[in-house]
Structure formats: C-alpha cells, structure tokens
Write a protein that binds this ligand. Sequence first.
Ligand code: TPP
Ligand code: MG
Length: 579
Amino acid sequence: MAEAAVKEKPANAAETEQELTDGFNLIIDSLKLNGVKTLYAVPGIPITDFLRMSQAAGLRVLSFRHEQNAGYAASIAGYLTKQPGICITVSAPGFLNGLTALAHATTNCFPMILISGSSEREIVDLQQGDYEEMDQLAIAKPLCKAAYRVLHAEDIGIGIARAIRAAVSGRPGGVYLDLPAKLFGQVIEAEKGKKSLVKVIDAAPAQIPSQDSVKRALEVLKSARRPLIILGKGASYAQADDAIRALVEKSGAPFLPMSMGKGLLPDTHPQCAGAARSTVLAQSDVVMLIGARLNWLLSHGKGKAWGTEPKKFIQIDIEPKEMDSNVEIVAPVVGDIGSCVAALNAAMGANWPAPPADWITTVTSKRDENVAKMAPRLMNNNVPMDYHGALGVLKTVVKERPDAILVNEGANTLDLARGIIDVYKPRKRIDVGTWGIMGIGMGYAIAAAVETGKPVLCVEGDSAFGFSGMEIETICRYRLPVCVVIFNNDGIYRGTDVNNASSDPATTVFVKGARYDKMIEAFGGVGVNATSPDELRRAVNEAMDSGKPTLINAVLDPGAGSESGRIGNLNPQSKLKKK
Ligand SMILES: Cc1ncc(C[n+]2csc(CCOP(=O)(O)OP(=O)(O)O)c2C)c(N)n1
Ligand SMILES: [Mg+2]
C-alpha cells in the first residue's frame, strides 16, 4: 500500500504541474498576447526571475543601468510605435527612479506602462517596515493617466488589458501597474489562467470629428489672408503622414513644425517656415494647430511673439479639454489626428484656393534670407569649434542619411541643433519634449535603435549627456548602432563661469578638457576626440556607416553658448543687484 502511494506520487506531481500556471507566466502570456515584444528594465527583487523567464519566453529584455533611462526608453518606444512602451522596475527606489519617466510620458502624451514589483501589501499598509516599503500606487496616481494594482493571479489578464487601453486610447499617456511580490508566485489552474487572459480589441479606437467642426474649421481657414499651420508631435505620433502632407500641400499655407513635428514634411519643403518662425507667428491671421498645444513652447498663443494682429485659432486635438486652454479656439476639431485630417482633406475638395501670394512671398523671402545668413557660419572650420561649425557637419551627415534617428538634448546644443539640422522624414527627431528635460538621451537612443533598427545619432550637451551617460555600457552590451556626439564646452551653457567666493568651481562648469570619449572605450566601444569640424565629420561618418557604438568628444570653445540657450528669458529676475 505504502509502496503504491510512493509510485503514484511522481505521476501525480507531473500531472499537477501541467495543469497549473503562476503569476510570472500569466504576466508574460498577457504581454505576449497583446503584441508586446520588448521590455525595458532593471532587475532585482521581486522581478529578477520574471525578467529571466520573459527572455526565455522570447520577449526582448533590455537591461539598463538605471530605471529612469529604462523608463525614458519605454516612453519613446511608445511614441515611435503607438504601442505602450513597457518599463519594469523593482519596488520603492526602482519604482521612484522610473516615475520621472512615467510623468514625462504623461506630459508628452506618450503611451507607456510602468510595471513595478511592490512589497507585501499587509505590511506596507500597516507600515511595519517591509523591505522597500512604499505605497507605490498612491504615489504614482497623480503622475499618470491611470494606475492599477493586481492582487490575484486570475486578474492579471484584466489588469494588463486595462493598462494597455488606458495608455493608448484617447490622448495617450503613462499608466502605472502595481504588482506585489506575492502575485508572481501565485499558482492557479492553467486552464483558468488561460481563460483569464484578455486580448485588447481596438485599443485606440478612431475618434471621428463632427462634420460641423470640420466645416467650421475650413470656413475659418478659407477666410485667412495669412494662414499658418503648426505641426506638433501629436501629428507625428498619429502616423497619418500622407494625409497630413496632403492637407498642408492642398492648403498652400506655410507650416511651422514643432521640434518633434519636424520631418512630417521635410524641413526643406517649399512651404516650411521653420526659418521664419518669428515672422509667421507675429503676422499670421489664422493658425491651424495640428497635434500641437498652445503651451509655453508656443508662448501660450499670446504676447509679444504673436504680434499685434488679431488671430483666429483652429485646433485639431484628440483631447477636448485642450481647447481654449490659453486663448479662445474659434474652430475646435476634436478627434484623433488621422480621422480629423482625413475629414478635412475630404471636405477641402480638389480646388482649395491658394493663400494670397504676398503672404507666401513675405514668408519665403524671410526664410531664404535667414537661411542664407546662416549658411557661411555653418561652413566655418574654427578650432576650437563653435556650435555652428560642428552643427554644419552634422547637418550634412543627417542629409546624407535621412533614415537615421536624431536624439537631441542640452541647452545651446538643443536649440541650435533644432534650428540647423534639417529633418526629412517623420519621427526621425526625438528630444527633450514638453518639459525640456535633461536625461532622455541614452534611453531614447537605445529604444530608437531597438524599435526601428535604424542608426541613431545623439547630439548631446556635455551636461545633458551626464544624466544618462552610464547607459553607454548598455549600448555597447547590446551592440546598438548608436553614435553619441558630445558638444563639450566644459559645462552647463558655457564652461567659463568663475566662482570668486571660494576655491570651489562655479556651479555651471565641469572638469576642463574632459575626455568623454575615454568612457566608451572602457566598454569596448569606439571613442574619438574631435577637435575640428573635419575630424568630427570623419568620425561621425565612420560611426554611422559602421554601426559600431561610438562616442565622439567634440571639443567646443568653452566660451561658446549662452545662458539657458534660447530660453534665457525664463530665468527669474529681481530688481535687487545680484551678489
Ligand atoms: C532634469 C533636468 N535637470 C536640470 C535641467 C536644467 N538644465 C537645462 S539645460 C541643462 C544643461 C545644459 O548644458 P549642456 O547640456 O552642456 O548644453 P549646452 O548649453 O552647454 O550646449 C540643464 C542642467 C533640466 N532641463 N532638466
Ligand atoms: Mg555644455
């Protein structure tokens, strides 16, 4: 009898195992069922095994050095693909490190899900001092579009489905999903688990604008004597590239791309007014905003930059609350950008009247004048380099490689690169976004390379780079085709500040003559110290062609650069004399 029982046991155990599943597997199955292919993460308790199992199950897991960078990577993956980018972190500190990126995703309207492991609910709620104790759900809530916690394995499918739908539907944003440690190991019947999975159907349903709103918008546009179209990153996100181009071209209006709206139509397009920004903002009489918000980046639609001419605003946005945010919107068109632009195109018909010729001449002559003024500066061969000499080189590099993705952060490095480097295709320029945040660089570069398979060129201020610089190890480890160019002017804005009060360096300066190129050599990447535009050209071309992880220390004049780049006016001023 006893013998029979022993014999039976292994057979039963195997059978039981076949019939069971657990939290680990259900999370992986749910993500895979919904088309998730990549996780951006930093391992640790309670997610180390989860990441191993995900990798074994065929998900690509990019393991970072800091959660903030993994989070930024996930956020931009969401922007580039219209699928939520997934960042996975450990509890409390890892979660907090990822939280900046989650808030960033929400602010920038990028779909992203931050999934964090968390500690024992019973202990956290009684505040009994658990390992990495923190009420993460409560902390995440105000910083994202939605926040959920899953306590039972059979709810994992629904939890992930809710997170995906919340991230991508309507105006996209960040979603937090809290997964307590216990959940991963919870075991349920495999069949029950399978049935609990949810495939999200039509996660971001089309939102069709009303015909009235379309008609009203076109009446306003037709009445314009000096129309202007502004293309924001919402327009790029929409992936309605052909329809947007058709609308702009049919309208004949000058268009102004916001930073990440660049490339929807090439910056070299005859209607592009990028180089005549002040003129078009001040002098336009009707402005059509497509996926662009009237926030600080557009001076809130009022004040000096917008001139004295009365303006009428048409706004196309998926979020009704965006309308009248700063000024009156006379023609709101609410819906997803693709549907709105399609409806506008259809209603415009084939014979849309061209804007008055004198307006087009005013804009194009100003633009051509500014471009001509800039041209010789971009060809200078000064040593040490200035921004224009270095950017002239990079402008050509990108022109020759319109498929490459440009990542850009810094102050002067950002503002000048944005103006100088032309972008030719949609979603090829990714940068600091709505907050003007430093630290997106390496995370963005990694996700751009992984999600698109295209070469990536990062143009980084030396300060900006420091925020995510350790991820060059990640870039080397995964052998990603990323070329980082550091505009090294020895500091924040400039490297020339002096502190006369003590022997401490001034707050805006770094170690003089730092050799950032040496950093990547530690990880087997290619490091180059470039002191002239010619050296820079050679090094960047080689990196972009070889696809080898490369870091180029571009030595700039420490005196080059101005306080806060183009936004020095935002620094608070006091009437009292500075000490
Ligand atoms: C997270 C974050 N911290 C601080 C800042 C403030 N900030 C704006 S630009 C900048 C760095 C500018 O220096 P650098 O990247 O070297 O560019 P440069 O102007 O010298 O070309 C800093 C620290 C910020 N925007 N974001
Ligand atoms: Mg600098």
